[in-house]
Design a protein around this ligand. Structure first.
Ligand code: NAD
Length: 473
């Protein structure tokens, strides 16, 4: 039985905030305003199941901060959804957007259902009804509040949302900007699907490229040959595993809710995914050992541990047994405040969720901009850049009397496609945010960990925004 005090998820976020607020110069009033959830909308609506029965659905939308509009944050389908969780996730979104300089306030939505227990038709009805409830209360719109996918939802649900919104708002030319994470055919942007996982990779790679930090962790500089454990093979976990593997790291273990597998020589996430599709489980993957419990993966010897499933999976109980040198919080809130204290004692570097998994919201911001500008990224400059590069290359070859290889030619000539620009914008954002947070951390030796430094960065930015609005003299 746990002897540790437990906090609700929202209380955990508040505790982390308070810990960081001590390192800022802002008055208590302004700090209280930043912490509070500005609007909480709890709704209940009926849905007719396929068997003819009526079920009352519980759902939420929380707008944590209106210091910037629109609000932004995913919609979660899970039977664990409750008001406290949605409030916590909405507040993390405010801090996350501030850290990565995305000009949105934080929001989050949740529907208390296990999507596995509903048919596609039932899910569509629930999603569309939820959207019309949001429209009724003015809780959705390209300039109001812009949802996105989260745990248990994806581009399919976002397509239902935009379609419902557009049909209720005929003639709204910016209707496509009411939600992000849409399929490309419905106004989505190329590169959104892998954005969060890729952002996690860029953030951890930047940390691994910092010689002083790596020396402190007893690791070599760079990502190559690092051993990685990933919990959760959903959208975020899958792409994390993919980008780490493609850049030379070894994904030695993968955990899913049915169990965990280990192979010291590395696992290929695509093969594991295909195996799961056929057998219904990641267990018994050829060449890998099954672990007794899925949580055992969190306690394996490794360089980098990536929890990419749910919150609170590393807490006061199991944190003492964690052996990773770096934890990359891909999920929202996977480590409790008690775990943070244990990591500080053990010298484990925890790279915090609210900036590390900001890839999704960063690319969502790019998608929203695309929707408002009504033009695909790269459309205006791709051909121009290719013509210009071809001209420059021709001149260089003529003057030097040498020809570049066909591969080099293709690389130099290439004008940016949408996905190139999205990945590049994401890389720039994650590198910039990592450096900003590290600067804050290094500037004050009293700041205990990277999460606190990230909060300091967020609090300062939101507080400046409030004071510039003139709300606080
Ligand atoms: P998802 O539904 O695609 O995947 C989650 C995966 O975790 C599923 O495969 C599920 O089976 C697995 N899982 C559930 N319980 C588990 C357990 N106990 N052990 C191991 N695996 C378990 O969800 P996602 O979009 O990948 O989101 C994962 C986390 O990342 C969430 O905390 C979410 O809030 C956060 N996040 C997601 C995004 C995004 O763009 N999708 C952005 C930022 C943060």
């Amino acid at each position: 039985m746990s002897v540790h005090q437990t906090y609700s998820f929202f209380q955990s976020v508040e505790r982390s905030f308070d810990k960081a607020a001590k390192f800022t110069k802002w008055d208590l009033g302004i700090l209280e305003q930043i912490k509070a959830c500005n609007s909480v909308y709890q709704m209940r609506f009926p849905v007719k199941r396929d068997d003819g029965s009526i079920q009352v659905i519980e759902a939420y939308r929380v707008q944590h901060s209106h210091h910037k509009t629109p609000c932004k944050g995913g919609i979660r389908f899970s039977d664990e959804v409750n008001q406290d969780e949605v409030m916590a996730l909405a507040s993390l979104m405010t801090y996350k957007c501030a850290i990565v300089n995305v000009p949105f306030g934080g929001g989050k939505g949740g529907i208390k259902i296990n999507p596995r227990k509903y048919s596609e038709y039932e899910l569509e009805k629930i999603t569309r009804r939820y959207t019309s409830e949001l429209v009724k209360k003015n809780f959705i719109g390209p300039g109001i509040d812009v949802p996105a996918p989260d745990y248990g939802t994806g581009s399919r649900e976002m397509a239902w949302i935009v379609d419902t919104y557009a049909s209720l708002k005929p003639g709204d030319i910016d209707a496509a900007g009411c939600v992000t994470g849409k399929p490309v055919t419905q106004g989505g942007v190329r590169g959104r699907t892998e954005a969060t996982g890729l952002g996690v990779f860029f953030g951890i790679r930047e940390v691994c490229n910092m010689p002083d930090i790596m020396q402190k962790q007893g690791l070599s500089v760079g990502i190559e040959d690092k051993t990685v454990v990933v919990q959760g093979m959903g959208n975020v976990g899958f792409y994390c595993a993919k980008f780490f593997r493609e850049h030379g790291a070894k994904v030695v273990a993968i955990a899913e809710y049915e169990g965990a597998i280990f192979n010291a020589n590395g696992l290929n996430e695509e093969e594991v995914f295909a195996h799961r599709k056929v057998t219904g489980s990641i267990l018994n993957f050829p060449g890998a050992n099954n672990l007794a419990k899925n949580t055992d993966a969190l306690e394996l010897e490794c360089d980098i541990l990536i929890p990419a499933a749910l919150e609170n999976v590393i807490n006061g109980d199991n944190a003492p047994r964690v052996k990773a040198k770096i934890i990359g919080e891909a999920a929202n809130g996977p480590c409790s405040p008690e775990a943070d204290e244990i990591f500080a004692q053990k010298g484990i570097l925890c790279v915090p969720d609210m900036y590390l998994n900001a890839g999704g919201v960063t690319v969502s911001y790019f998608e929203w901009l695309k929707n408002l500008s009504h033009v695909r990224y790269g459309r205006m400059e791709k051909r121009f850049t290719e013509n210009m590069n071809s001209h420059i290359l021709g001149q260089i070859e003529e003057l030097s009397g040498k020809k570049v290889s066909a591969t080099e030619r293709d690389f130099i000539m290439h004008g940016p496609d949408e996905v190139d620009l999205i990945h590049s914008g994401l890389e720039e954002t994650m590198i910039g945010a990592t450096r900003e947070i590290m600067e804050i951390w290094k500037s004050n030796p009293e700041i205990p960990d990277m999460r606190t430094a990230a909060y300091v960065s967020a609090i300062n930015k939101v507080a400046i925004s409030y004071s510039e609005l003139g709300i606080f003299p």
